[in-house]
Design a protein around this ligand. Structure first.
Ligand SMILES: [Zn+2]
Ligand SMILES: [Zn+2]
Length: 361
């Protein structure tokens, strides 16, 4: 397991930074490292993820407190509490006073799991809460207006036959010989050692005389679970929504990473929405009234003045995206379409017009 980077360093804030400061740093960095803005940089997505993780922990006072506690023990990369431990992953370092068993800290191993979900070391005998991360693609309109998006996820649930114990009905249960009932085996890597679930009893500490036929002894079965993701209005691409206790075994969280699908008609700039509307040559030259659709499907009438140019934008106030009490506008961008072919009569008319207007061609 690679030690996570120091979250304060990730966000570039001090240890005593206030929540406001953390949020500000997060917004600035998230903008800068957003994968959309760095399409040719494969590291941007990782960096973006890291920034989100750091924010997720440091902006939550409870998680931050736990994190700070662990950080004092040097569990994370980067300087902390004076001593610097190697953040190197892999290559079982060992020795040199660098070994550090997080399970020796009593409850801290559990804290570690509670902060980092599946990345943390397993608590002895206890099953850690697993996190399930899933990319959810949503239509542009839903991202703008908010809504509910149903998704179906395959995830482990407690086996209904054995209730998660892994034994066939009537099987005798004995202590696991591999881990001597501890449920974990110690495993050294990088700057400190972590406990891993025992592979023989899968962390249970016990083995049945006969395995449960439904789950093959794992204690869990995979199910297709349908859950609903609540999308707040104005959500941004790459936002990570945490759905508490909707994940594996009804306890883990689901992290929905939002991907906004592009729209044929609309695009977005902050809270403003830009919609492209085609108009014809006569409408552009002579002026017109056109009906345009807003993001939420309303139709509004827009006056096109005479002499409107291709690409000109017209503001429809208050029809943009609403977020935190602020509301953007809709800008209708008109695109003038020209006839591709002319009849001889039309051609004569255009030539006539060109002569009168003094247009060379
Ligand atoms: Zn079972
Ligand atoms: Zn075992």
């Amino acid at each position: 397991m690679a030690a996570p980077r120091d979250y304060y360093q990730v966000l570039g804030v001090g240890e005593s930074a206030k929540t406001d400061e953390i949020k500000k740093a997060f917004r600035r960095l998230a903008k800068q490292h957003h994968p959309d803005r760095n399409p040719n940089n494969p590291q941007a997505a990782d960096r973006f993820k890291e920034i989100n993780e750091a924010h997720d922990v440091l902006s939550d006072p409870d998680k931050r407190k736990k994190y700070d506690q662990l950080r004092r023990y040097g569990a994370f990369a980067g300087p902390s509490g004076g001593s610097r431990r190697g953040p190197t992953s892999g290559g079982g370092a060992g020795g040199a006073g660098g070994d550090f068993d997080i399970s020796d800290l009593g409850g801290l191993g559990d804290l570690f799991s509670s902060i980092f979900g599946r990345r943390g070391g397993a608590g002895a005998g206890r099953e850690e809460a697993e996190e399930l991360e899933v990319t959810v693609a949503i239509p542009f309109r839903v991202a703008g207006l908010g809504g509910k998006v149903p998704i179906t996820l395959s995830m482990p649930e407690v086996c209904p036959t054995c209730g998660g114990k892994g034994g066939a009905p009537g099987a005798t249960i004995s202590t696991c010989a591999e881990c001597k009932g501890r449920g974990t085996i110690s495993f050294g890597q990088g700057g400190f050692a972590v406990n891993r679930p025992c592979p023989v009893c899968r962390g249970k500490g016990t083995v049945p005389s006969q395995r449960c036929g439904t789950c093959q002894g794992s204690g869990e079965v995979r199910v297709e679970k349908r859950i609903t993701v609540d999308i707040p209005a104005g959500i941004e691409e790459g936002t990570r929504l945490r759905l508490k206790n909707q994940g594996p075994k009804g306890r883990g969280d689901v992290i929905a990473v939002i991907q906004v699908q592009p729209d044929r008609f609309f695009r977005r700039e902050g809270l403003d929405v830009i919609g492209v509307v085609p108009i014809n040559l006569a409408q552009a030259m002579l002026g017109s009234r056109i009906k345009v659709k807003t993001l939420d499907g309303k139709r509004v009438v827009l006056k096109i003045p005479t002499g409107t140019q291709h690409g000109q934008k017209f503001r429809v106030p208050g029809q943009g995206i609403e977020r935190n009490g602020r509301r953007g506008d809709l800008y209708v961008e008109v695109h003038v379409t020209l006839p591709e072919r002319l009849t001889p009569e039309e051609e004569a008319a255009v030539k006539d017009f060109a002569e009168k207007a003094g247009l060379k061609y």
